[in-house]
Design a protein around this ligand. Structure first.
Ligand SMILES: C=CC1=C(C)c2cc3[nH]c(cc4nc(cc5[nH]c(cc1n2)c(C)c5CCC(=O)O)C(CCC(=O)O)=C4C)c(C)c3C=C
Ligand code: FE2
Length: 426
């Protein structure tokens, strides 16, 4: 009996194996000690069933070695009261700490509660391991000031300048129903059901305070965020994520990824800005393009992923090299040349996007593409100028179309006993 009470106090374990680590998270105490044995980059990249530490100086799900699956959702806050929003963020944080540790939500979880009430946890993850689930939160511009200029939650003067409204880029055909959102939550996991369970339960908890604006499933990570990972392929069949910021590049991450003290409001220190773009890829047209044309567009070989004119994927790109025809080997309007830091004032991104295929479009084509996610220290110096250059000149534009967009301020990490966005509302 005492054991059962103790179990209830700590949250229900989905499986006994991870019980000790999960219990530490559930109580919000000593979470670090319990998890420190499992949180090395190497084990996070290779053990696809284990948990990823939820607490820490930065939010998990940014430099965490990219998991295989995504469920991303943005939410509109439907309640008008700041207190209701703060309560929800506390509830979400408690739930997030439990499910990332592989535990059911609540005191009784999916199946141990009273028969008369809906279960506290929807149950589809019962028996599944944590599968490296990470949950990452970000706040959109509309949370601070709405479209009419109203300071909805007394946050207007806390909006960071770096949380800039994204400008219109050439070729943008954005669907408002797949853009924006007051709050974004990125769920990444090596098990799609675990990621879906997470967003579903957070949406359920938010009922009455938030409503899902849109959600996006993704598969086959299109980036590596650790040198311990191999580079995956996007739906054009090319290795994607070769030249990406990686968690091992600690000095560079401070320059390019993490918001530094003095960059803006203190609540964002240790955080990062997320830009999300739903990019439709007209893969049927691409599939009728010759191999050499495809490689010229990207600027890399399709098989090896090596820069054109080089042999190995990780060889540095030689932008000066010319072929016998006198043309640059890596063409002037190729994707990698235009996106490279050398042609963007040194700006880099941490990309961790996912492929998507959302059925077909009714015209005999797959509704497929890349759900592009990029984290950075300041979008005004990084995503915006890079995308301005790409939208003007990238030959890849013939095969892609940006149809959804969002920008979010993702605060620093959560400490045990605190909650998502606590410093923003302090
Ligand atoms: C604004 C930023 C970027 C958008 C939007 C974008 C879309 C996009 N990219 C690919 C495929 C590849 N991208 C590659 C490299 C690459 N892409 C960006 C930025 C954006 N891409 C950067 C900064 C880089 C790295 C450039 C460098 O420093 O060399 C590659 C090559 C492999 C790699 O290095 O990752 C591919 C392939 C698609 C299909 C796409 C939109 C659908
Ligand atoms: Fe790219």
């Amino acid at each position: 009996m005492a054991e059962r009470e103790e179990q209830q106090r700590k949250g229900i374990s989905r499986r006994g194996l991870f019980g000790a680590a999960g219990a530490a998270v559930a109580t919000g105490v000593a979470g670090y000690a319990a998890h420190s044995v499992i949180a090395t980059p190497e084990s996070q990249a290779s053990d696809s069933s284990g948990p990823v530490e939820f607490h820490g100086p930065h939010q998990a799900g940014i430099v965490t070695p990219a998991q295989d699956r995504l469920h991303f959702a943005t939410f509109d806050v439907t309640a008008g009261k700041r207190d209701a929003l703060v309560s929800l963020l506390k509830e979400w944080t408690a739930a997030a700490a439990l499910i990332t540790a592989g535990r059911d939500i609540g005191q009784y979880g999916a199946v141990n509660g009273p028969g008369e009430a809906p279960p506290e946890d929807t149950g589809e993850a019962v028996g599944l391991p944590p599968a490296r689930l990470t949950l990452t939160i970000g706040f959109g511009p509309s949370l601070f000031v709405d479209a009419k200029g109203n300071d909805r939650f007394g946050l207007a003067d806390r909006r960071p300048a770096a949380l800039a409204d994204l400008p219109h880029f050439i070729g943008d055909t954005l669907d408002p129903a797949r853009s924006g959102g007051d709050i974004a939550i990125q769920a990444c996991s090596d098990d799609p059901q675990v990621a879906v369970h997470a967003i579903r339960n957070l949406a359920r908890i938010g009922f009455g305070t938030t409503a899902v604006r849109y959600s996006q499933l993704g598969f086959g990570r299109t980036s590596s965020t650790s040198r311990a990972q191999t580079t995956p392929r996007n739906l054009f069949g090319f290795k994607d994520g070769t030249n990406n910021l990686k968690l091992e590049d600690t000095a560079k991450l401070e320059q390019q990824l993490w918001v530094q003290p003095g960059d803006g409001p203190d609540w964002m220190t240790g955080g990062s800005y997320l830009v999300a773009r739903r990019i439709r890829m007209t893969i049927e047209t691409w599939d009728r393009t010759s191999l050499s044309e495809q490689e010229t567009i990207v600027g890399r070989g399709k098989g090896t992923g090596a820069p054109l004119g080089k042999a190995d994927e990780f060889d540095p790109i030689d932008f000066e090299a010319k072929g016998a025809d006198g043309e640059y080997k890596v063409a002037k309007d190729s994707h990698v040349r235009l996106a490279h830091p050398q042609f963007n004032n040194g700006a880099e991104l941490l990309r961790r996007g996912y492929n998507f295929v959302d059925g077909s479009d009714g015209l005999g084509r797959l509704n497929a593409g890349l759900f592009f996610l990029a984290y950075q220290r300041d979008p005004r110096k990084q995503f915006i100028p890079i995308q301005q250059q790409l939208s003007r000149s990238d030959v890849m534009n013939e095969y892609i179309r940006h149809v959804g967009s969002g920008i979010f301020a993702c605060p620093g990490g959560v400490q045990a006993g605190s909650f998502w966005g606590e410093k923003l509302f302090a």
